[in-house]
Write a protein of this length. Sequence first.
Length: 249
Amino acid sequence: MDRLRNKRALITGGTTGIGLETARQFVSEGARVAITGTNPATLEAARKELGGGVLIVASDAGHAAAQGALAETIAKAFGQLDILFVNAGIAELRPLEKWDESAFDRSFGINFKGPFFLIQALLPIFANPASVVLNTSINAHIGMPNTAVYGASKAALLSLAKTLSGELTGRGIRVNAVSPGPIATPLYGKLGMAEAEMKAIGEAILSQVPAGRFGNPGEIAKAIVFLASDEAAFTVGSELVIDGGMSNL
């Protein structure tokens, strides 16, 4: 298929999970793709899997200053950018009393501040038309315990999608969001919890999903391909909730 033929795409957090699967599908749809990450091991694994045609960039999604350098790298490699998928994120689940300022700033830095300044830095090189897709979360909508900071950071990102869709549409830049529910990705393995604790949390989350299972990255990536493609030319400021019915309870 060639829905993204000759389009130039950047995926942040593209070395594992939803980001990596989206990179696979973008490549199969004909796009030129760049991905970012910070872990040398997963960056190299992605390089081997995706092949030499994909640009692999080590970049910290949580530092505002790094976004300008990333934009310069993309400008040199691609000239212009047709698609941005903001996927890099962190999910730290803690009760209210366990949060400190450093952890709070880390979550908001990666989940909101970095994406904000990346979009700003990329403005001069976005093509017309262009598509921006932000990976938010159903936690922007539901009051799940221990997700106060994560949910707030994703709610901020979702608000940004709606605001920028109005602000940037005149430049030919469409901004939309996907809000996944629980997806089987390495994200949950990065929470620093014991295996038994992770299993208990997983079972508790699963009990809230009417579909009776976790989603898989491919199901999210297909939606992102649609939003990135010209098929979604009239889709502006929208949110696609893909959560197995979890937010409907």
